[in-house]
Write a protein that binds this ligand. Sequence first.
Ligand code: S3P
Length: 181
Amino acid sequence: MSEPREIRNLTLAGFMGVGKSSVGRLVAAELRFEFVDTDELIESRTGVKITEIFARFGEPAFRKFENDLVAEMAGWSGRVISTGGGLVVNPDNLASLKSHSLVACLWATPETVYQRTKHQTHRPLLQEPDPLGKIRTLLAAREAAYKNCDVLVNTEQRSVKEIAAHVLHNFRAAVQHPPRM
Ligand code: S3P
């Protein structure tokens, strides 16, 4: 038997461009929770943009910032945490997040992700000659990790409001009856 979980926070996980921040802000307002975005927090603490961190120090340094932040989150309550798309790929990070939060993963197809991200330049992993190909490969590699989250939410053909309502419903149920790890 695993330890009973104490659901004090809500985590939004999932690939780049699935709408974690938009949904997270809405859900946080409904719950009167504080909204935290891990990329924004890393940028504000380091004073360096994510693209710059990747360029100057490399992806492993960025992942270290993420892992350190995850350890700190174990002491948080009353927050909606929107995570960078690669954060829960590390199983230790996902396990730690599950110990204090419900982890909802938003899902979209590679084509939708591409449409939503193609004019943006702030994601170093997508600054590629073939971004759609990169999205397909990365998403396939991460699929198993995303499916290990507590809830998988399909965002296709649904408004931010609908997705937020679905996430909220799952969160409130989980507070009453915490799911197993
Ligand atoms: C990443 C996703 C980004 C950011 C970084 C790496 C990833 O966050 O953390 O560029 O590995 O998928 P968003 O998912 O908020 O775009």
